[in-house]
Structure formats: structure tokens, C-alpha cells
Design a protein around this ligand. Structure first.
Ligand SMILES: Nc1nc2c(c(=O)[nH]1)N[C@H]1C(S)=C(S)[C@@H](COP(=O)(O)O)O[C@H]1N2
Ligand SMILES: [Mo]
Length: 397
């Protein structure tokens, strides 16, 4: 029998408390706010003992990880979140998740331009070559597909450092008419292979305020290199803090419209996953597709020290627009939530790792659920619905 011995347990706890006291970050010692830059653990505090292996999550999809599959609208790449570490929180471009691959009918000999039209005094065309020299660093932004779930092993989320030009700057070149209260951003989506599960014609309707508040930008670069084809080359929209489905790739047109603007197919397709009330017909009836604060375990590590076994739960947290006040975890449905032992607030639009030691004493199936309280008590709808629950089976002794 591998019953955890008390002194080992005390050792683990001592180590944890020691690290907290050093300011490595603890759920109860937080007084941090946004704006302190990309503050991350240099390294998550390591448990004592030796690493044994990773406990697999059960009850999840078997999508292939870290490999590009399918073409066009069906094209996917799922990232393997178990590999995340404190020093690798920015996703290399070739590993960044993909949802829809480069449209095969897109290759055009014409220089790329974006048409800005609709309810404006002076419709115009913006040439990519005029935008490129003005591209600046837009910071690290986490992107999450609204369809990121257990079936996809939560592999549809990544973080990159983007380069581009603020949408506000681009749009300042036109004079909108007074009736222009909405903006439709339209992407190229001409695939020779249709997907019965997805409607082509990616476009999303925003209000100018939504785009402004989010700091939306047209990205031309990712992690210091020009955008790759599957990620929207040569130019895509990025709306920080919103689900990925609004971040239109291969942008070709921006249309100013009025209050009666219909919802796009894309908005309707993603209505459920962006937490809309039903599937409204008018764009103005849609809520901002903001990502609520959320957290999910990414790997469960097994450690051994002095004949005893311990587990380290490592996870990520992201989303929301206000600083986090408390992050807690529930292990097994009958238990209470307890503060996560090690975490730092994640930067606005970024993500961060957290970790929590766990000493199960009985064999069984355990489900992890996180809970987040922010300073503005933001809703955490997907989190609280169990969307990000993950389950493992543990055998003790
Ligand atoms: N033109 C176009 N843009 C698109 C899509 C698309 O199908 N076509 N998919 C959207 C969705 S659902 C997501 S999650 C993101 C994914 O961006 P990525 O593939 O660069 O990760 O692109 C968005 N932009
Ligand atoms: Mo998505």
C-alpha cells in the first residue's frame, strides 16, 4: 500500500509555504494588478522527489495533436497543452492552433488590398504595401477558438506576439456617415472543398466602440515574422480578449453599415459557442464575443519522494478584463474549492501557468474544476458550466 506518510506530506507543504513566503505567488498573497508587464514564474516551484510521469486525462476526444490535418474549412491543428512551461508561454508560429487552413482559391497575382466602403463619404482601398511599413508590435495576445473543448483536448488555444496596425488608424482614413453604427470585417474564404459542418464566408459585425475598446488590429506579422498562410497571410484581424472566430483571416473588405445590419453566417454558426441568446438575425442583437476568465488543467504530474506519491496539477488561466482576486480548485465533485497554491495574475490578453499539489489517498476518478473571482466579479459562464472540467483516474497503493 502506498499510503502517504505524514512527514513527506509535511515536507511538501513546507516547501510550498516556503516558496509562497519568497513571493513565488500564492492564492492568498495576491495584490497585483494588470500592467506589470508579462510577469510569469521563471519556473513553477518544483515538488520534492523525482518525476514519474504524466497521468492522462480521461473522457476526451482523440484528435491528433501537434499535426496539421485536413484542408480549407476543415483544416485543423491542435496544440498539445501538456508541453507548456513558464519559459515557453508564447506559442511558436508553427505550433499555433489552426482553425481553417489557407483557402486554396486565394492565390491571386494582384497586390493585396482592403476595400473600405459602405456608409462612408469616401470609400477607398488600402494597399497592403502601404500598411506594412507602419506595422508595430501589438503585444502578446491569447487566441481561443470558441469551440475549444474536451473533444478537442483544449488544443484550440495559443498565444503569439503579434505585429500589425491598429484598426482605428486604418479606419481613420474614411469619414463615416452619421448612420454608420456598425462595421463588418470580411475575410476571404473561397475553398474548393466545402465543409458540411461550417459555412464559408468569414465575417463579423462589430460596433466601432467594441473594436476600439478591445484594441483591435490588423495583423501582418506573428512572433516577429510575416503571417503564415494558415494564420491569415497577408493580413488578418485580431480582436484581443474576444473568441478567435471574430479574428477574421485574409481580410479583404471592411464595410460601414447601420443598425439594421444582419448577423453574418459566421456569427450565427458561432452563436452558441459565443454564449449568445439564441441565434439572432440582427448583428445588434449579439453580445460582444468576449472570453470570460477561464482556467483549465493542462497536465497532472506524478512525483515520488520517500516512498510516497504526490501529484502536481499544472494548468493555465486566461480571459477577462479585470485583475483576478482568487483562483481556486475543486478536486472531485464532493469536495470544496480551495485556493490554488501557486499562481500569478495573468496579463490582460495573456495567459499564465498555475500549479497545485495534490495527495489523493484513495483510488478513483477525480474531476478538476477551477473557480475564478475577479475584482469586478466577472461572469465565468463556461468555467462554471463545467466546460473546462478535466478528469483523471488515480490508483493508489
Ligand atoms: N477567413 C476566415 N477567417 C477565420 C476563420 C475562417 O474560417 N475563415 N475562422 C475563425 C476561427 S473560428 C478562429 S478560432 C480563428 C483561428 O485562427 P488561427 O487558425 O490563426 O488560429 O480564425 C478565425 N478567422
Ligand atoms: Mo474558432
Amino acid at each position: 500500500m502506498n499510503v502517504l506518510n505524514q512527514s513527506t506530506r509535511r515536507q511538501f507543504l513546507k516547501k510550498i509555504l516556503h516558496l509562497s513566503a519568497l513571493g513565488a505567488g500564492s492564492g492568498t498573497l495576491l495584490a497585483s494588478v494588470w500592467g506589470c508587464g508579462d510577469r510569469h514564474f521563471k519556473e513553477l516551484p518544483k515538488p520534492d522527489g523525482s518525476f514519474v510521469g504524466i497521468l492522462p486525462f480521461v473522457g476526451e476526444g482523440d484528435v491528433p495533436l501537434e499535426t496539421v490535418t485536413g484542408e480549407g474549412l476543415r483544416g485543423r491543428r491542435f496544440i498539445d497543452l501538456t508541453t507548456l512551461s513558464s519559459d515557453a508561454l508564447t506559442t511558436p508560429t508553427e505550433r499555433f492552433y489552426v482553425r481553417t487552413r489557407y483557402p486554396d482559391r486565394l492565390d491571386s497575382p494582384q497586390p493585396w488590398k482592403i476595400s473600405i466602403n459602405g456608409l462612408v463619404e469616401n470609400p477607398c482601398e488600402i494597399l497592403l504595401k502601404d500598411v506594412l511599413p507602419n506595422a508595430t508590435d501589438q503585444g502578446i495576445v491569447v487566441m481561443e477558438c470558441a469551440g475549444n473543448d474536451r473533444w478537442s483536448r483544449f488544443g484550440l488555444i495559443s498565444a503569439a506576439r503579434w505585429q500589425g496596425i491598429s484598426l482605428r488608424d486604418v479606419l481613420s482614413r474614411v469619414k463615416p456617415l452619421s448612420a454608420a453604427t456598425t462595421i463588418r470585417v470580411v475575410g476571404y474564404d473561397d475553398h474548393s472543398q466545402p465543409d458540411p459542418l461550417s459555412w464559408p464566408g468569414a465575417s463579423w459585425v462589430f460596433t466601432p466602440k467594441e473594436l476600439h475598446d478591445a484594441g483591435a488590429f490588423l495583423a501582418t506579422g506573428m512572433n516577429g515574422a510575416p503571417l503564415s498562410r494558415d494564420h491569415g497571410a497577408p493580413i488578418r484581424l485580431v480582436v484581443p480578449g474576444w473568441y478567435g472566430c471574430v479574428s477574421i483571416k485574409w481580410v479583404k473588405e471592411i464595410v460601414f453599415a447601420d443598425d439594421e445590419e444582419p448577423a453574418t453566417n459566421q456569427m450565427k454558426e458561432f452563436a452558441g459557442r459565443t454564449l449568445q441568446a439564441g441565434m439572432p438575425d440582427l448583428a445588434r442583437e449579439y453580445y460582444s464575443a468576449l472570453v470570460d476568465p477561464a482556467a483549465v488543467p493542462v497536465r497532472i504530474e506524478k512525483w515520488r519522494a520517500d516512498e510516497a506519491t504526490a501529484y502536481r496539477i499544472v494548468g493555465i488561466a486566461w480571459g477577462g478584463t479585470q485583475p483576478v482576486k482568487a483562483l481556486s480548485i475543486r478536486i472531485g465533485e464532493e469536495r470544496a474549492f480551495v485556493p490554488v497554491q501557486h499562481f500569478l495574475p495573468w496579463p490582460l490578453h495573456g495567459w499564465n501557468l498555475w500549479s497545485h499539489m495534490w495527495y489523493p489517498t484513495t483510488s478513483g476518478t477525480y474531476t478538476f474544476r477551477l473557480r475564478i473571482v475577479t475584482s469586478n466579479r466577472a461572469a465565468t459562464r463556461k468555467l462554471d458550466s463545467g466546460h473546462y472540467d478535466r478528469t483523471v483516474m488515480v490508483t493508489t497503493g
